[in-house]
Design a protein around this ligand. Structure first.
Ligand SMILES: Cc1cc2nc3c(=O)[nH]c(=O)nc-3n(C[C@H](O)[C@H](O)[C@H](O)COP(=O)(O)O)c2cc1C
Length: 169
C-alpha cells in the first residue's frame, strides 16, 4: 500500500485476533516512531513495550476506555522526557506526531492499533507513572494497544469541503 492509502485506510482497531505480533514488527514500528518530526528536533520520546497481560489489565483500572488491552498482544507506552526540553511545551505535539507514526507504521505492516489518551488526564498519568516506575521529569503521554485486527472495519467517508477555507476564514 502506498502512503496515501495507508493514512486514509488506517482505523482504530479495538478487536484483536490471537495472532502474535513479533518483536521485529514492534522494532520496525518504533523505528518509524523515532522518525517523527519534533520541535527543534528535540525528540523527547521514550517507549515502554509491554507484553505482560497483568500490567495491561492494571491499565484498565485507571483508564476507562482501554478495555481492548485485555485482548491486545502488545502495548506501547509513549513517555516524554522533559529534562533537556529546548522548546518549552512542544513535547505534546512532538509526542502526538510520534504516536501517529506508530499507528501508521503498524497499519502499513497489517497490524492494528488504537491510541489511548493518557495526558492530560491526571488520574491516568498518576496511574501509569506508578505502574511503570517512571522517573522524575517524565510525563506519560499515551498508550498504543497493538494486535492483528480480528475483523475488517468499514471505511468511513470523511472528506468535508466545508472545513476548507482559502486565504481567510
Ligand atoms: C488523543 C487521542 C486519544 C484517544 N483515546 C482513546 C481511548 O482512550 N480509547 C479509545 O478506544 N480510542 C481512543 N482514541 C481513538 C479515537 O477514538 C479514534 O481515533 C476516533 O474515533 C477516530 O477513529 P479512527 O482512528 O478509526 O479514524 C484516541 C484518539 C486520540 C487522537
Amino acid at each position: 500500500m502506498d502512503a496515501i492509502e495507508c493514512l486514509i485506510t488506517r482505523r482504530s482497531v479495538r478487536d484483536f485476533s490471537e495472532k502474535e505480533v513479533e518483536d521485529k514488527e514492534i522494532m520496525e514500528i518504533l523505528k518509524c516512531a523515532m522518525f517523527a518530526p519534533s520541535a527543534g528536533n528535540q525528540r523527547p520520546w521514550h517507549f515502554i513495550v509491554i507484553r505482560d497481560k497483568e500490567t495491561m489489565s492494571k491499565i484498565t483500572q485507571f483508564h476507562p476506555h482501554a478495555a481492548m488491552l485485555k485482548t491486545a498482544k502488545v502495548a506501547i507506552a509513549v513517555i516524554a522526557d522533559t529534562t533537556a526540553e529546548k522548546h518549552q511545551g512542544y513535547w505534546v505535539q512532538d509526542c502526538s506526531a510520534c504516536v501517529q507514526n506508530i499507528l501508521l507504521a503498524a497499519h502499513a505492516l497489517g497490524v492494528g492499533s488504537v491510541w489511548l489518551g493518557i495526558y492530560p488526564r491526571e488520574e491516568r498519568m498518576k496511574g501509569l507513572s506508578a505502574l511503570l516506575n517512571l522517573p522524575e521529569n517524565t510525563i506519560p503521554f499515551a498508550v498504543v494497544a497493538i494486535g492483528y485486527p480480528a475483523k475488517k472495519i468499514e471505511q468511513p467517508e470523511r472528506f468535508d469541503k466545508t472545513r476548507i477555507h482559502f486565504e481567510k476564514w
